[in-house]
Design a binder for this molecule. Structure first.
Ligand SMILES: [Zn+2]
Length: 378
């Protein structure tokens, strides 16, 4: 973490992103490409956008007529997905809230979800993952030294949302993924393909883990949902004027919502992963991507963001120590095991079995057909 890095003059991306390039003014390829491809999301034609939103709402209502719900909203307890739920209800939709509990939810997140769902008078479906199996799968990912340990959560979350939609006969999953505040791409090698079921199974086999209940989804099932069932994964916040700070203020005022110090800190593992494992084992600080998106979206100044990334990705050393202790206990590790894991070099996911190439080809077809299974931007 101590090697001096070149930082973009417009956002705070730096040379920890291996493929980053800079123009003559020192502006990086990440924010430039975001502005080139998604400028319309940051400065949209509001008339056009309200028309698109009205058409979407109308379609969701029509497809859901006569059913108990008309759409699925996946909730994590974070601001983005909480806001989707609030706006969906405000627009007259009847969402089924779907949450996946992998055993790492912070109490804060549980309370936020419970308060929100109660306040809005909605049904909540929670899929609780079998913890013993999940822990063995996490152990397999740690033993393989691959970077995207969150592939497990994200893949299962996609599976649970798609399967709930299919079960309830619903065509729309409204998600908190959005371009306005998450617009910058994740650098290559920082995450892995979230539909790579084969990668999960291959790592499980490597550690002799029998997968019995883990709801993994791969390319074929994703294709089935998109092409046969015609489920749409909607980036709902792109249809609305969305400013995270304003959304947070309303959530706090009306739904007793309690904020987290950084993005995705609703899960104890996610914050430990992003705040400790990624920076120390892989030299990756995802706050650079998250905060750069907010800078380009005009929600935060570059100076503010620089101040935020200056220092450990934790509110305090004490909080970090508490999470280390929690992690060791939950995973049944010693501190020496954690130190050994952190010191080992990372390994690429496709060193093991993978269907990422096949998924890439399928995505090409999906794009031509204008159907899009969810990408994930965590
Ligand atoms: Zn930049």
């Amino acid at each position: 973490m101590d090697v001096p890095r070149k930082i973009c003059t417009r956002c705070i991306m730096d040379t920890s992103a291996s493929d980053i390039t800079f123009d003559a003014e020192g502006r990086c390829s990440y924010c430039t490409s975001f502005l080139n491809t998604c400028g319309h999301v940051l400065a949209p034609d509001e008339t056009e956008r309200s028309r698109a939103l009205a058409a979407l709402v109308d379609q969701v209502k029509r497809r859901g007529r006569g059913k108990s719900y008309d759409c699925v909203v996946g909730v994590s307890g974070g601001v983005d997905s909480s806001w989707v739920l609030v706006k969906a209800v405000e627009l007259g939709l009847r969402p089924l809230a779907v949450h996946m509990d992998n055993g790492w939810n912070s109490e804060l997140a549980q309370n936020n979800i419970a308060n929100l769902v109660r306040g809005l008078g909605l049904d909540l479906f929670t899929h609780v993952i079998d913890w013993t199996e999940y822990r063995s799968l996490m152990q397999a990912f740690f033993d393989a030294d691959v970077i995207d340990v969150e592939l497990l959560y994200d893949n299962a979350m996609l599976a649970v949302n798609y399967r709930q939609a299919a079960r309830a006969g619903l065509r729309h999953i409204l998600a908190g993924t959005n371009r306005a505040t998450e617009g910058l791409d994740m650098p290559p090698g920082w995450t892995w393909n979230k539909f790579d079921r084969r990668n999960i199974m291959s790592l499980a086999r490597r550690n002799n883990v029998r997968v019995k209940t883990f709801p993994a989804i791969g390319t074929f099932e994703a294709a089935w949902h998109a092409l046969v069932h015609r489920t749409k994964w909607v980036w709902f916040l792109d249809y609305l004027p969305y400013r995270k700070v304003d959304a947070l203020a309303v959530l706090q005022r009306d739904y007793g919502y309690k904020p987290y110090p950084y993005k995705h800190y609703e899960s104890i593992f996610t914050r430990f992963y992003q705040g400790y494992i990624l920076p120390w084992k892989f030299g990756v600080d995802k706050r650079r991507v998250h905060l750069s998106s907010l800078i380009i979206g005009g929600e935060m100044s570059r100076d503010e963001a620089l101040t935020m990334v200056d220092g450990i990705p934790y509110p305090s050393q004490q909080d970090l120590d508490a999470d280390i202790a929690y992690f060791l206990k939950k995973m049944n590790w010693t501190k020496a095991q954690l130190d050994d894991y952190i010191s080992r070099p990372g390994q690429p996911h496709d060193r093991y079995g993978s269907e990422a190439v096949m998924f890439g080809r399928a995505m090409g077809i999906f794009n031509r057909l204008r159907v899009r299974p969810s990408p994930s931007r965590r």
